[in-house]
Write a protein that binds this ligand. Structure first.
Ligand code: CTP
Length: 406
């Protein structure tokens, strides 16, 4: 694969040398394109020696080869690490005043930017807006790590470790084995209103569902993400159609509308099993001394079970999630098996919660069961790795269906 590695003038530029090594060791051809400022940090001989390729910075440095067009066009992947606030601003504005920004304008392949800067610069509204613009165009912008910065200061703005950048970059160009597939993913947690200011809800952040949607898009699928109360920072970048919803009824309607033409539906949302029988039009007031008014609940439809019982499109694969803790009646897997049989989905991804595994940003461990409750896959790692394992399992169901019918 041909990789263009852009390097800008941040103190972390030296870390790009490690990144270059990782790409080379993985067998890729790398053209390093530093900015002039980057050469003040790490010199041209280092980049030329490590890459084995010429290093240029200007648009007209090699005019006869029209490098500024050729490099972007022929690249399979463009990575900029570190990306300074200045580079983000130039890229967002579409400037082409050096070879790196010209390459960004001509590249049609996936582009990953790994920002590194002081916390104040990262949080400045100008940078926030530039990152949003770039993400909206489908550019992948990593969040910087938090930790020690250049001086004695610490905060958000550190360049992520080279191995992390390499993994994120190479994940962008993996096989597009979901090309031509339409998929629907639900994420987040539904909220059922009690009155105009209160609701019954749950703690789901939507991160796993967002990772599943992002993984499908990266693998070439047309993705609709039905997002129940998911924070904007969690939502995946370009290439995914996001339908925001709040209640279970809205989530059900949006999922069913999109599922009518979908090859797969993944229900990763935490759906409220019950909702208040009636939501008060006005804020419920407490009456001194009267104690709390009881809340009457009614059952919500089970969206997953409905889809599993009556798929909305031929050959549609329906995937459920089960967050289990295990209890006296059985362990996590026993509960998962029982749920797999009860829900009737093609696949059930069983996720252990309530321990260190499964919460917030920490790695997950999941077991994928088929409708009989048999284990078809196990995966552990980041939410992105779990997401890929889910799609691998879905591909397995499609493959088996083709083998049987063919
Ligand atoms: N689900 C759904 N509609 C509901 C409840 C759940 O579609 N009304 C889906 C979830 O999106 C998830 C799967 O069902 O994919 C399992 O959710 P979970 O809450 O674990 O299952 P429950 O049926 O609520 O089982 P229990 O509360 O007994 O654990």
């Amino acid at each position: 694969m041909r990789i263009v590695l852009g390097v800008t003038g941040g103190i972390a530029a030296y870390k790009a040398a490690y990144l270059l090594r990782l790409f080379r060791e993985a067998g890729h051809r790398v053209r390093v394109v530093p900015t002039e400022a980057a050469l003040a940090m790490v010199g041209r001989p280092t980049w030329e020696a490590l890459s084995g390729e010429p290093v240029r910075t200007g648009v007209f440095d090699d005019a006869e080869h029209v490098d500024h067009v050729a490099l972007g066009r022929s690249a399979d992947l463009v990575v900029v690490a570190p990306a300074t606030a200045h580079l983000l601003a130039r890229a967002a504005a579409g400037l082409a005043d050096d070879l790196l920004t010209a390459t960004l304008l001509t590249a049609t392949c996936p582009v990953l930017l790994a920002p590194a800067m002081h916390t104040e610069m990262w949080r400045h509204p100008a940078t926030v807006a530039n990152v949003a613009t770039l993400r909206g165009r489908g550019v992948h912008v990593l969040d910087p790590a938090t930790g020690r910065l250049t001086g004695a200061d610490t905060g958000a703005g550190r360049l992520p470790e080279p191995a992390e950048i390499a993994a994120a970059a190479l994940a962008l160009v993996r096989d597009r084995d979901l090309a031509g597939r339409r998929v629907v993913v639900s994420a987040g947690g539904t909220r059922e209103p009690l009155d105009p200011v209160r609701f019954l809800g749950n703690r789901s952040t939507g991160r796993q569902g967002a990772a599943i949607a992002a993984a499908a898009a990266a693998r070439g699928a047309a993705v609709t993400l039905v997002a129940a109360n998911v924070d904007a920072v969690v939502l995946p970048g370009g290439g995914v159609t996001v339908v925001p919803v709040e209640t279970t009824a809205e989530l059900r309607a949006a999922v069913r509308a999109a599922a009518a033409a979908a090859d797969a539906v993944v229900m990763a949302a935490a759906v409220a099993d019950f909702r208040p029988a009636a939501a008060s039009e006005h804020k419920i007031k407490k009456t001194a001394g009267a104690g709390p008014a009881p809340i009457a609940l009614v059952e919500n439809p089970d969206i997953l079970a409905e889809l599993a019982a009556a798929p909305l499109a031929a050959g549609q694969v329906v995937v459920g999630f089960a967050a289990e803790t295990g209890d006296d009646a059985g362990d996590v897997l026993a509960h998962g098996r029982e749920k797999a049989r009860r829900k009737g989905a093609d696949l059930l991804v069983v996720n252990e919660v309530g321990t260190a595994v499964g919460f917030g940003d920490v790695p997950n461990a999941v077991t994928v069961l088929d409708r009989a409750g048999d284990v078809v896959a196990r995966a552990a790692g980041t939410k992105a790795e779990v997401a890929d394992a889910v799609w691998d399992a879905v591909l397995g169901v499609w493959d088996r269906a083709t083998t049987i019918s063919g």
